[in-house]
Design a binder for this molecule. Structure first.
Ligand code: AMP
Ligand code: MG
Length: 430
């Protein structure tokens, strides 16, 4: 019997993203607390930044025409620290001025104090000639009034928070956080802390996936409910059904391999629908995608996913379901390749692609694979990439050691010196 062809990542990802309707609920959060959240509205500036022409130096504001020759002597008639506003500067006058202070009317240049000599309290000699506009930051140089400084769908960074604050916004409208329920499957799994390493029964392993999946979900702005390991079939159906009422996504790890004895797959099939995909990627071939009916009938493709009235959720559409493979590196990589863009899309991020950049391989990869591979690598001091020697999907050390992966197309070998496509973990997990 021939096996169905593997699904490529480029086929699978659009299918997933097509069902990721942006969560319709918007909340207003303090700009202080909005790091990592996704804007639900454009941010348009109601003022110029900086608001007025101001000095970029400590020194003297002058009329440049007065300083056409070096060593001009001017009368110091005022002092303008930042936060104050001076009076009109007349011909032959200079104003002592400090960084950030507004340029007084009449002045058209600033001379830095190093180029001046104070003759006494009321006179200054300007040693150099002065060109019009020097050391002046112009009003609106950063932001013009009416400019769109941040866009709906932007994921807020620390710099973006500073920008929102610089145009006067203490609150920002963001899409609500996705709610994700996390299950681990596998009778071999033990929680760290429950049994000490020296008492581990034969065949048992610690549940490591639960820790990195939860951390990655949190970094993506999700509210995570960690539901542990479901056991009996009926208990699994109940657990999934109740999780589906309150979550946008149920995420599981383990139990998606073909022929696996596991309660989750039949339970999802009973409560909704499930597709078992075999992806042409390595690590991470098996992946399950489906949905579970929530309390209200509808389809995942439906436009409205429920509404919040007075903070109470009055309706809930079907809950998405994704099952990751159990092998730790497979789980890790498939999360980043598929779940991450999906969760960003739920929050309204438009471009969910991760940046790839070119690097030079300082290693050989002589055996091509039918599947597209994601090889764990690390930068070396020469600016090239070294390969972690063990690329097995169970070896989590590779992900700890590495600073990213090489995205290597199917059927492709790599020779030392070849240009490869690199994805940085720092960006991928930001
Ligand atoms: P599975 O996908 O359930 O067939 O699991 C594949 C491999 O990953 C097996 O060796 C499991 O023991 C291991 N595994 C499954 N779940 C986890 C987990 N949460 N943490 C660590 N290893 C796991
Ligand atoms: Mg298992």
């Amino acid at each position: 019997m021939s096996r169905p062809p593997l699904l490529t990542l480029d086929e699978a990802l659009p299918k997933l993203l097509a069902s990721a309707q942006v969560l319709p609920q918007i909340e207003s959060v303090s700009t202080f607390d909005a790091d990592g959240r996704v804007l639900a509205q454009d941010v348009v500036s109601a003022l110029q930044v900086p608001p007025q022409d101001n000095s970029s130096m400590d020194g003297y504001a002058v009329r440049s025409a007065d300083c056409a020759q070096a060593n001009a002597v001017l009368k110091v008639t005022q002092r303008i620290p930042a936060g104050t506003y001076g009076t009109t500067l007349h011909p032959g006058e200079a104003a002592r001025i400090f960084t950030g202070a507004p340029i007084p009317d009449g002045a058209d240049a600033v001379v830095m104090q190093e180029d001046c000599e104070a003759l006494d309290d009321s006179q200054v000699s300007v040693k150099s000639t002065v060109s019009m506009g020097q050391w002046i930051r112009r009003s609106g140089e950063d932001v013009m009034r009416g400019a769109k400084v941040l866009q709906k769908g932007d994921r807020l960074t620390p710099a973006a928070l500073g920008m929102a604050a610089s145009v006067g916004l203490a609150q920002l409208e963001v899409v609500r956080r996705p709610r994700v329920a996390l299950f681990s499957t596998g009778d071999e799994l033990v929680m760290p802390g429950d049994i000490s390493p020296d008492k581990m029964p034969a065949g048992a392993i610690y549940n490591s996936n639960r820790f990195f999946l939860r951390a990655m979900l949190q970094r993506l702005g999700c509210e995570v409910t960690d539901l542990g390991i479901p056991d009996q079939r009926e208990a699994t159906v109940d657990a999934l059904q109740s999780a589906a009422q309150q979550h946008d996504l149920i995420l599981t790890s383990g139990g998606v391999s073909v022929g696996e004895e596991d309660h989750i797959k039949p339970a999802v099939e009973r409560l909704g629908s499930l597709n078992l995909w075999q992806l042409a990627i390595k690590p991470g071939k098996p992946f399950a995608y489906g949905y579970i009916q929530g309390s209200v009938q509808g389809s995942v493709q439906g436009s409205v996913q429920g509404s919040i009235q007075g903070g109470i959720q009055t309706a809930h559409a079907p809950c998405h379901f994704m099952g990751l493979p159990g092998n730790p590196v497979s789980s890790f990589v498939t999360f980043l390749l598929l779940v991450r863009p999906f969760l960003l899309a739920l929050q309204g991020v438009k471009n969910t692609d991760i940046q790839r950049s070119q690097r030079v391989a300082h290693f050989d990869w002589p055996r091509a694979d039918k599947r597209r591979e994601f090889l764990r690598v690390k930068h070396n001091a020469q600016g090239g990439l070294d390969l972690f020697p063990n690329q097995s999907s169970g070896v989590l050390t590779s992900a700890v050691w590495g600073d990213g992966v090489v995205d290597n197309p199917a059927d492709q070998t790599i020779q030392k010196g070849d240009t490869v496509q690199f994805i940085s973990f720092a960006e991928w997990m930001a």
